[in-house]
Design a protein around this ligand. Structure first.
Ligand SMILES: [Zn+2]
Length: 731
């Protein structure tokens, strides 16, 4: 998944040069968390010299040679390839299977008719570009390509009039209702963008739709954004965005086992029934069919819609006026047949044992998913190729006798695309151990272009910035320098419009490079939002219009993203250095002062929101608790930087890492108990974008004053628990 946590990348490609020698970019000063950096600086230099651009390119080519949808034989082959590379680097490696519910399309037929029953469209049209146009596409005719479908869609054979609902946001459906256009027993036609696709289906289902078609409008990632593939990077007219329509904001992972790992020996009785997975709010599967469409197939439907013209900002990029529909002018027949059953998926887990007797069980977990909707050159295997080169670097350090303080665990997750399944099942299985893991470091889309970007829990925002200061950029200077420059020019910002939740993206009070907040849509979700493991997510972005289509393949990648793989090399270096620093830090480099500032700011914003919603709420105790946490964070920061000679660093570290866990509420969020974090969650009605202090903010949005006040109490308790830990550590 992942795309919409990041900007749709309006950046122009900058000229790329070969990466500089790593020696020119050693960190200027001692990074936060190291008391004496001399030995670590040598390790860093040795590590940075290893990740190889050409080797990353070879990994990418091998991993993307065939479509490798989760649970397919080709997916297993990629698991074996990754395992072989992990073992070659000296990692203890296992291929870990889980048995999970996945749907596979058997028959997909979408037809549209006008009022006289003349056929307007019969699809879906296979994804295809002209072989004589810019060399065409060498991958598009592989018979193993599955028809474009939505993960988690049930089977269904439905016929109905069509209503156009823009992005399928809650506000869009409310607009239709306010203007007398009902979607009840109709088929909702929505465009991609604005929120997570599963949320579109969630809202459409709540409003009574009997089916959902989700299409890619050229205004969002097609020809109005740039040249279409194969001439350029944007979406050609037949290209379809596949994707899961699981109700991710309720819970991710195997739909039948929230909170429980789907190991091969899990008794049937521990699973929800397939019917239970479709009951709200306990299940996360839609009960109405959904399917994606290209704009080639959506255009004849949109063109024929009658009814009032849409509001101006609902108009997409097709050359006619869009109408709201809901009349007999167009009828669509969707016949979507799925083979839904338990299938085996494979995570690959590689570990390097820790050497510090007091801290070796405090895991540093890093990961990336491996499964793809089709070839997945950008999403996710640009991340996998870089991860393998990071592992290559760690392997060379191991050969030189290095042993990390803390255990390093590297995960190559499967079935992320279906709903973060491989990572969630593994995290649920190891929840006890992960309760004291020090970090989860994620990458999904490693490289789609030259603009580095990151999101992180606030305690690790400064950590990510420092790591990027130690890695050279192919564009000169450090990754950090270019990141700062890109942001000043408005490029590559995560959560940029139209995908912003409107809150939480801009929170730091300083003027440093912005690190985004973690929403959802990738594998950090179970770690931070279910288990309270401090997490980061990194990648390098560019214009990328072929997301989840056949055309996200090696040919697109070398033409548009990173022809010489220097950004792959950069990504491997940043990712590897994150792992290395987190595994070896003397004092865990969490900045709780900054975290506290963010929370104080989130409360101020929520208070303003409550006032404009005319809700009378008492924020005073929550404010006091947030300021208490911020002050304790500032005090403990002094202890962290002056801890030299402290006899009990492991005890200090144990306290520091337990703070994030103190933010968990065992009851979870109202109606979605799997999400336990009180500061961050994916929004119920956004999905990808983070909602900060979600219990409070979603109650204000509802609006529900009683629930908001109760959630303020929950938040206050969490803040006081966390502050007490910091105060004790600062003594
Ligand atoms: Zn992905």
């Amino acid at each position: 998944m992942t795309l919409f946590r990041r900007s749709l990348a309006v950046a122009l490609l900058s000229s790329t040069t070969l990466a500089q020698a790593p020696a020119s970019a050693t960190a200027p000063s001692t990074p936060f968390g190291f008391l004496d950096f001399t030995a670590q600086a040598k390790l860093d230099a040795a590590f940075l010299a290893v990740p190889d651009a050409a080797l990353a390119g070879q990994h990418l080519k091998t991993l993307t040679a065939a479509p490798h949808w989760a649970s397919s034989p080709e997916d297993l082959k990629t698991a074996e390839y990754v395992a072989e590379k992990f073992r070659a680097a000296g990692l203890h490696t296992d291929i870990v299977p889980y048995k999970v519910l996945l749907n596979k399309p058997v028959k997909i037929s979408i037809e549209a008719f006008d009022a006289q029953h003349n056929r307007l469209m019969s699809g879906p049209t296979p994804e295809h570009v002209d072989p004589s146009d810019h060399g065409g596409d060498p991958f598009q005719d592989d018979p193993r390509i599955l028809p474009a479908f939505n993960g988690s869609s049930p089977s269904g054979d439905v016929t109905g009039e069509v209503v156009y609902a823009n992005y399928g946001n809650l506000a869009d459906f409310k607009y239709l209702a306010d203007h007398g256009i009902s979607v009840k027993d109709k088929i909702a036609l929505v465009r991609y963008g604005g929120n997570f696709r599963g949320v579109k289906v969630y809202i459409a289902q709540k409003f009574g739709a009997k089916g959902v078609l989700i299409y890619s409008d050229p205004a969002d990632d097609g020809y109005t954004k740039g040249d279409m593939y194969p001439a350029g990077p944007m979406r050609p007219e037949s290209a379809v965005q596949r994707g899961s329509v699981q109700f991710l904001p309720l819970y991710p992972g195997d739909p039948e086992t929230p909170g429980v790992a789907s190991t091969l020996d899990l008794p049937e009785a521990k699973r929800k029934t397939e019917a239970q997975t479709k009951e709200l709010p306990g299940g996360d599967q839609p009960s109405i069919p959904a399917n994606p469409l290209s704009y080639k197939d959506a255009a004849p439907i949109l063109r024929a819609l009658a009814g009032p013209a849409t509001p101006h900002d609902w108009q997409g990029g097709l050359p006619f006026t869009y109408h709201l529909g809901g009349t007999p002018a167009v009828t669509v027949h969707m016949d979507v047949q799925q083979d839904t059953r338990l299938r085996t998926i494979w995570d690959v887990i590689g570990t390097i044992d820790g050497s510090d007797p007091a801290q070796k069980e405090d895991w540093v977990v890093a990961g990336n998913h491996r499964d793809a909707w089709v070839y997945g050159a950008v999403d996710p295997n640009s991340g996998t190729a870089a991860m393998l080169e990071a592992v290559h670097g760690l392997g060379e350090l191991l050969k030189g006798g290095w042993k990390p303080k803390r255990r390093i665990v590297i995960g190559s997750w499967d079935a992320e695309e279906e709903g973060l399944i491989g990572s969630t099942e593994w995290a649920e299985q190891h929840a006890d151990h992960l309760a004291h893991a020090v970090a989860y470091l994620n990458t999904d889309v490693g490289v789609s272009g030259p603009n580095f970007n990151a999101a992180a829990v606030p305690s690790l925002k400064q950590f990510v910035r420092e790591v990027t200061k130690a890695v050279p950029s192919p564009r000169g200077g450090t990754v950090y320098d270019q990141w700062l420059k890109d942001q000043a020019e408005g490029k590559g910002r995560r959560n940029a419009a139209p995908f912003t939740a409107g809150r939480g993206d801009r929170s730091e009070k300083d003027t440093d490079v912005r690190v985004g907040d973690l929403g959802s849509g990738s594998d950090y979700t179970p770690f931070i939002q279910h288990l309270g493991v401090p997490s980061t997510d990194i990648g390098s972005d560019g214009p990328y219009g072929v997301y989840h289509s056949v055309f996200d393949n090696y040919n697109w990648f070398i033409k548009n993203a990173d022809p010489t793989f220097v950004y792959e090399q950069q990504q491997a270096r940043v990712f590897g250095l994150e792992i290395l620093h987190m595994a070896d830090a003397d004092v865990l480099p969490y900045d709780y002062h900054l975290y506290g500032q963010d929370i104080v700011h989130h409360l101020e914003t929520a208070q303003a929101q409550a006032r404009s919603a005319k809700l009378t709420l008492d924020f005073s105790v929550a404010d006091t608790a947030a300021k208490r946490f911020e002050a304790a964070g500032a005090r403990v920061r002094t202890v962290q930087t002056s801890a030299a000679g402290s006899a009990n660093l492991p005890a200090l570290n144990a306290s520091l890492r337990s703070v994030e866990g103190a933010f968990l509420n065992p009851q979870g969020l109202p109606q979605r108990p799997w999400f336990k974090h009180t500061i961050y969650a994916p929004g119920e009605f956004t999905g990808y974008a983070a909602v900060v202090i979600p219990g409070v903010n979603e109650a204000i949005d509802a609006p529900d004053a009683a629930r908001a006040q109760a959630q303020l109490v929950v938040l206050t308790d969490a803040l006081n628990r966390a502050a007490a830990i910091l105060e004790a550590a600062a003594k």
